[in-house]
Design a protein around this ligand. Structure first.
Ligand SMILES: [Zn+2]
Length: 143
């Protein structure tokens, strides 16, 4: 299992998002005032089963716990991974750490590789990705 999967598995999106906005249970979902835009009626939803979120208001965007933290904290993927791993008690292999004295290029390469795995997975397994892959002719689809 990749570090990303492990962090995701040990992270509850409801808990994380609950730190930024007040979530109200509504059936199988949670509803809240969107933490990204100003609104009076809650149009921000969290889906515990899918571990995803979506703002149906002005933002009209959604994603998973990584994209939420990236957007909310305005940090990059590597920083988000570090933050959530620490929170989940997952040890990040030293290749992801900044201060190992390793070649900077190598470190960036490995973080990019992890990020591309993440976004590739998102493309294949998220509703937004489904939309994107459907517009690609079959023979050009990623494996
Ligand atoms: Zn919004």
């Amino acid at each position: 299992m990749s570090v990303i999967d492990e962090v995701k598995q040990r992270t509850d999106i409801v808990e994380v998002i609950g730190q930024y906005t007040t979530l109200t249970k509504a059936g199988r979902t949670f509803r809240a005032l969107c933490p990204f835009h100003s609104e009076k009626h809650a149009s921000f939803f969290v889906y515990p089963e899918q571990q995803s979120w979506h703002c149906f208001g002005a933002c009209n965007i959604g994603g998973d716990v990584f994209s939420f933290v990236m957007k909310k904290q305005d940090i990059d993927f590597a920083e988000t991974l570090r933050l959530l791993a620490q929170r989940a008690g997952v040890t990040i292999p030293s290749k992801f750490e900044k201060d190992t004295g390793k070649d900077e290029k190598e470190r960036l390469y490995q973080i990019n590789e992890a990020a591309s795995q993440y976004f590739h997975n998102l493309l294949l397994n998220s509703p937004a990705g489904e939309k994107a892959t459907k517009t690609i002719p079959a023979e050009e689809k990623l494996q």
